[in-house]
Unconditional design. Structure first.
Length: 327
């Protein structure tokens, strides 16, 4: 038996989650049985999609659902050896058992940190890549607007669009993040939507209109983008984080879709298995060449999982928010 801890949801949040909605629970984990592996978590991801889950799908008094990277510590499964690194979706727990289903064996590039397999080379990276190149069908040189542009998905979207020779405008929630977008990610324009109302600021920042809007926020951001869309523009609907805590700001410009012949399409990260090999090859190359830059906000310590999740809704992360348990 191995001592472990789990982070449980103990109360369904009303609005933005608070620390009291969660509890840290001590457990003991059995040794790996036939066909099983025991895994020690190294890195846990916190992601915006976890918030809507707290309203229904996430069971109470059970480990918070979510992704991470762990190391195999015991193995009775021929597919995995002790010491292997795996990406998993076993949630917020320190040590756990698995029958191997849903584990992705990682073979990390020695020139890249392991953490990038939790974002640019992981779920948020393929979301950005597939959403922009397949769903929005980006063409070289187009006019692009990306919201939450300094976040995990948004920063990759914005920089792929730059690689494709596009004019790129990003929105974000602080002057420091706005500056990073201009000075490091190389965007053409960036808006701090807390300082400048998004509708007016976007019109000024995108004087040739928008061909592709990569939607991460919803509400006023979607309204602002709809007002600027060019003929046959595409809106790839990746997320609507401004609505996840229950706020429902009305969208008034939806009728602009009609005469501008706008296509708006939602998608999820798992829609792109056919792109995976090309994505890994492109993204590894771009990261190593410094063409895709990234930021990470890493909270040290298992018990900081809830703080990390709540922080996403307060804009506390620059780039990917992660929880580090061990190296
Ligand atoms: N479809 C999919 O499969 C999929 C997969 C991954 C992510 N997503 C979506 O992609 C979006 C970004 O996710 P991510 O993982 O990359 O997270 P992230 O952007 O790294 O972190 C969340 C950021 O959202 C911004 N934010 C929080 N509340 C906001 C509000 N009320 N209005 C405007 N901005 C707000 C904050 O940045 P600022 O400081 O810049 O405001 C915060 O840092 C989310 O909508 C998420 O649901 C979808």
């Amino acid at each position: 038996m191995t001592a472990s801890r789990q982070i449980h949801l103990v109360k369904r949040p009303s609005g933005k989650p608070v620390l009291e909605d969660f509890a840290i629970v001590d457990v003991r984990v059995a040794d790996a049985g036939p066909g099983e592996v025991q895994i020690r978590n190294l890195l846990m991801s916190v992601d915006p999609y976890m918030r809507p889950q707290l309203d229904a799908n996430q069971p109470l008094n059970a480990p918070l659902l979510g992704g991470g990277i762990g190391r195999i510590t015991q193995s009775n499964n021929p597919k995995f050896a002790v010491g292997d690194l795996v990406r998993h979706s076993m949630g917020q727990q320190e040590v756990f058992l698995s029958d191997g289903r849903g584990l992705t064996l990682l073979n990390p590039d020695p020139d890249l940190p392991l953490s990038v397999y939790m974002h640019a080379l992981g779920g948020t990276g393929i979301t950005a890549y597939g959403g922009l190149l397949e769903i929005a069908a980006l063409k070289d040189g187009e006019q692009v607007f990306v919201s939450t542009a300094a976040g995990a998905v948004g920063s990759v979207v914005a920089q792929i669009a730059k690689i494709k020779g596009c004019y790129v405008v990003g929105s974000t929630g602080s002057e420091a993040k706005r500056r990073w977008l201009i000075d490091h990610a190389g965007l053409d324009a960036a808006i701090d939507y807390h300082a400048d109302p998004i509708g007016k600021a976007l019109k000024a920042a995108a004087p040739k209109g928008i061909d592709v809007y990569f939607e991460n926020v919803g509400g006023a951001h979607l309204d602002a983008a709809l007002a600027c869309m060019n003929l046959r523009g595409r809106i790839a609907v990746c997320g609507m984080i401004s609505t996840y805590n229950g706020d429902r700001e009305g969208v008034r410009n939806l009728s602009n879709m009609i005469y501008s012949r706008i296509r708006m399409e939602g998608f999820v990260a798992s829609d792109f298995p056919h792109l995976n090999a090309q994505f890994i090859s492109d993204m590894t190359g771009w990261l190593k060449a410094g063409k895709i830059k990234y930021q990470e906000t890493i909270l040290e310590g298992f018990e900081r999982g809830p703080e990390g999740l709540i922080g996403l809704f307060e804009g506390r992360n620059s780039g990917k928010m992660l929880i580090r348990l061990a190296d």
